[in-house]
Design a protein around this ligand. Structure first.
Ligand code: PNS
Length: 162
């Protein structure tokens, strides 16, 4: 089974890594699809997000990281993926995730979405929360790997200076 795990990953968190680790055990190959989203203005550039993801997943032999643009189902088809993997943290995620999965199924009936429930200890965690805590100088060491923390700190320092 080839799976695609899509997202913005701005930045990658321990919650994402939990899903990646578990999905990598289920799939023969897992492709992490990093969205190039022109509408949002991300904290990290596409290249930075891809680079950080590659670094934190380097020990998984069956995980690849790729950027994508446009529709997720087109990316999944190009990569000959059987499934799209998404994490569900809480009931608040359900509505938008259901809508997205159903839209994707309508667009391309051959692509299935499977959901993994995020481990309880990460159920509150999101990239938005991490960016917010970091912006106010809070400790994000329990939310993201050390390398990501250092990158956020550097980004915040640069913003404060500039
Ligand atoms: O990490 P995120 O921001 O929750 O990920 C959202 C993502 C990348 C999965 C979603 O925005 C997406 O698939 N975008 C690509 C455009 C697309 O296919 N839209 C139609 C599905 S509703």
């Amino acid at each position: 089974m080839r799976a695609v795990y899509p997202g913005s990953f701005d930045p990658v968190t321990y919650g994402h890594l939990d899903i990646i680790g578990r999905a990598a055990c289920l799939a023969d190959e897992l492709i992490i699809g990093v969205l190039k989203n022109n509408a949002k203005s991300p904290l990290f550039s596409l290249e930075e997000r891809v680079r950080m993801l590659k670094e934190v997943t380097k020990n998984y032999h069956n995980v690849k990281v790729e950027a994508f643009e446009g529709l997720l189902v087109d990316f999944a088809e190009r990569r000959k993926a059987d499934v799209i993997v998404r994490g569900l943290r809480a009931v608040t995620d359900f509505e938008s995730e259901l809508q997205m999965a159903q839209t994707n199924h309508k667009l391309k009936g051959s692509v299935e979405t499977i959901f993994l429930t995020t481990r309880l200890e990460y159920s509150y965690l999101s990239s938005t929360i991490v960016r917010e805590v970091a912006a106010f100088g809070g400790d994000i060491s329990q939310f993201v790997p050390k390398m990501v923390e250092q990158n956020i700190q550097a980004k915040m320092d640069k913003r404060r200076r500039g």
